[in-house]
Design a protein around this ligand. Sequence first.
Ligand SMILES: [Zn+2]
Length: 127
Amino acid sequence: MKKDMDSDVFYKALHQQYGGSVVAVERYINPRAIMRFHCTACDMTFYNRPYYVLSVQQHKCFLNYADDVGYRAKTGKGIKADKTKKRLPADIKKEISGLFDKGVSISQISRQLSVSVGSVLYYLSHK
Ligand SMILES: [Zn+2]
């Protein structure tokens, strides 16, 4: 990636990297000027440098919650780390959805249902 990419190159790279799920809310100025993005997959709006969002700080859905409980710090991995674990029973999934909709935090859901934080995040981002 060129450090002086123009806006056409940037928008194209952004689209390629995220398959169209992450869009720029503000006008692109240069690779280091912080701007606002929106992720249509997890409905999150966030600020980042264009250069970072394509390289060292890629957006991962629900990572804000993951950071909240130190999940990423502990495992060094994203949500997909739990993909190999056994699937959650349907009634647990229903409870996770119900609690999450009520505004209960990920870490509380995890404790309450004795399900790992990773599994809760994985389910919420793939349901
Ligand atoms: Zn997202």
